[in-house]
Ligand binder design. Structure first.
Ligand SMILES: NC(=O)c1ccc[n+]([C@@H]2O[C@H](COP(=O)([O-])OP(=O)(O)OC[C@H]3O[C@@H](n4cnc5c(N)ncnc54)[C@H](OP(=O)(O)O)[C@@H]3O)[C@@H](O)[C@H]2O)c1
Length: 259
């Protein structure tokens, strides 16, 4: 008798923020491993194109509109996703955005908007999908956090606060889920080449990078690819039952030095 029943053959995966970057790469990676995937983001049309590509490659995928800042949207998304691909065995919370403001220049509404998307948005997915996982006695919830939790950066204070909230929630959830068979995990990427930050004014981007260098951050010029982070998510959810990759930080490898 094994200590744990193995993962079921069919493990549907729900991915938020799947229209771009890490979420899109994760949906593709999980589909490539045979998981049916439900892709959610506000740009449902973009998710639909990615889902069509996945299906053309032989995978199973549906695209559904999702705004994690809106409770009704999350409720409708999670219900429609489970109707379409079956009860969620995997949830990946990757939706997010980022403004380049100093904390004292942000008004409270803008601060709250970051917390809504990153922290409350992640909790909304948990509240709608994790009770079913607990009832079934298995499942994986992955929070895409950020290395800013370990090393805060200037000009993203609301984001830093929200991601600290995400990891605090995830840590408490790990304790509450202990013994239920449901694994909550944190994947903490370093700098990754996605659409995040591309909407910043180029002058502001220059200033921000100088500040990061001043604070000992941005030590080399390499970025991760979204697929690198997706590989980490796939490893986390693919870990055999009985093993839990509770926190995985992924950093870009520095360029090779000429010797
Ligand atoms: N890029 C990095 O260097 C880096 C580093 C560490 C952690 N991260 C984290 O990685 C995650 C993914 O970011 P990314 O780098 O892949 O950026 P990205 O390419 O900009 O993707 C962000 C995704 O989040 C979605 N999104 C934003 N607001 C949403 C909302 N209210 N409801 C639903 N979806 C929403 C976007 O889709 P729509 O606009 O279509 O809604 C998009 O699919 C984020 O949690 C981010 O904090 C990124």
């Amino acid at each position: 008798m094994p200590r744990f029943a193995p993962h079921p053959d069919r493990r549907p995966a729900v991915v938020s923020g799947a229209s771009s970057g890490i979420g899109a790469a994760t949906a593709r990676a999980l589909a490539g491993l045979g998981h049916p995937v439900a892709l959610g983001a506000r740009r449902a049309r973009v998710c639909a194109d990615i889902a069509a590509e996945i299906r053309a490659d032989g995978g199973e995928a549906v695209a559904l509109p999702l705004d994690v800042a809106d409770e009704d949207s999350v409720k409708a998304f999670t219900a429609a996703a489970e109707d379409a691909i079956g009860a969620a065995e995997i949830v990946v919370s990757s939706a997010g955005d980022l403004s380049a403001d100093r904390i004292h220049d942000l008004d409270s509404a803008a601060f709250l908007a970051q917390v809504q998307v990153h922290l409350v948005g992640a909790h909304r997915l948990v509240s709608h999908l994790v009770p079913g996982m607990v009832a079934r006695g298995r499942g994986d919830v992955v929070f895409v956090s950020s290395d800013v939790v370990r090393a805060p950066r200037t000009r993203m204070g609301a984001y830093v606060a929200a991601k600290n909230g995400v990891e605090g929630m995830a840590r408490a959830l790990q304790m509450e889920l202990e013994g239920t068979g449901v694994r909550a995990s944190i994947v903490r990427p370093g700098p990754t080449s996605t659409n995040m930050g591309l909407n910043w004014d180029p002058d502001v981007t220059g200033e921000v990078l100088e500040e990061w260098v001043k604070w000992g951050l941005a030590r080399h010029s390499s970025f991760l690819r979204p697929s690198d982070v997706a590989s980490a998510v796939a490893a986390v959810v693919g870990a055999p039952r009985g093993a839990h990759l509770s926190l995985v930080e992924v950093q870009p490898e520095a360029p090779l030095e000429q010797r």
